[in-house]
Design a protein around this ligand. Structure first.
Ligand code: MN
Length: 228
C-alpha cells in the first residue's frame, strides 16, 4: 500500500440493525419530493424531472450524538427524510430493476442552514454552504431490506421537544424510490455505500440550542439528537 503523509480518512460507518456496519461513500439528496413541502417553500411540484444536491460523507453525525449548533447561521432547520442505502453498483438501471440495488433504509435528518440556502438561491449560487456542512446529515441505524417489509405506506414523523412538527407517509413522495434510483443512475454510477436522502414533507422549521429532535419512520430505528 502506498505510504501517505497522514492516515487516509476512514469512511463513516452507520450501524445496521442485526448486521455489521455500513461504510458510507457519497450522500445524494432529492429536492422538493413532497408536494406540501414544495408549497411551503413557495414552489409548485412538477413531474418533469427530479433534482439533486449532495452532502459529503464528512457531514454525517450518528443518531444519538449531540449536534453542535453550526456556525454562520441563525436559522438552522430540520428536514426529516427517509434514507435509502445502496448496496450494489448501478448505472442506467431500469425502474423495474432499481429496487434490487437497495441495501436498506433508515431515518435521516437533512439539517439546513436555511438563511445561507435562501441567500444562495436569491443569487443563483450553489446551495453547498446551506446544505453540506459538519454534522448536517444525521443518520439512524439502517434496517436491511429483507427485514423492512413493504415500506410504501409507512408514516414519517419528526417531533421537537415532544411536539410533532412533521408528519406524512412515504407514499406522498413525488418521485418513488425506484424512480429516484433509476434517474440518479443515469447521472452517476451508484456504488455500495452511497446514501440517498429522499426529501422532506411539510413542517420544516428552526431549532435552537437545547431542542431534542426525534424522528421515526414505521418501526425503523428512531433518530434522536439534541442541539447543543
Ligand atoms: Mn432535504
Amino acid at each position: 500500500m502506498t505510504k501517505t503523509v497522514f492516515p487516509p480518512c476512514q469512511a463513516p460507518i452507520i450501524p445496521v440493525v442485526g448486521q455489521d456496519g455500513f461504510p458510507v461513500g457519497r450522500i445524494f439528496c432529492v429536492g422538493r419530493n413532497y408536494a406540501d413541502h414544495a408549497a411551503e417553500m413557495g414552489h409548485e411540484v412538477d413531474r418533469e424531472a427530479p433534482f439533486y444536491f449532495t452532502k459529503s460523507a464528512h457531514a454525517i453525525l450518528l443518531s444519538g450524538q449531540d449536534m453542535p449548533y453550526p456556525p454562520r447561521t441563525s436559522d438552522l432547520h430540520h428536514e426529516m427524510e427517509l434514507v435509502v442505502a445502496i448496496g450494489e453498483t448501478a448505472s442506467n438501471i431500469p425502474i423495474d430493476q432499481a429496487m434490487s440495488v437497495v441495501f436498506g433504509y433508515g431515518c435521516g435528518l437533512d439539517m439546513t442552514r436555511r438563511d445561507l440556502q435562501a441567500a444562495a438561491k436569491e443569487k443563483r449560487r450553489p446551495w453547498d454552504t446551506g446544505k453540506d456542512f459538519d454534522n448536517s446529515a444525521i443518520i439512524a441505524p439502517l434496517t436491511p431490506v429483507a427485514d423492512a417489509g413493504d415500506i410504501e405506506h409507512l408514516a414519517i414523523r419528526l417531533s421537537v421537544n415532544d411536539e410533532v412538527r412533521q408528519i406524512s407517509t412515504l407514499d406522498k413522495m413525488v418521485w418513488s424510490i425506484p424512480e429516484i434510483i433509476a434517474d440518479l443512475s443515469t447521472l452517476y454510477t451508484l456504488h455500495a455505500g452511497d446514501l440517498i436522502m429522499t426529501g422532506t414533507p411539510a413542517g420544516v422549521g428552526p431549532v435552537v440550542q437545547g431542542d431534542v429532535l426525534r424522528g421515526t419512520i414505521g418501526d425503523f430505528a428512531p433518530l434522536e439528537t439534541r442541539i447543543v
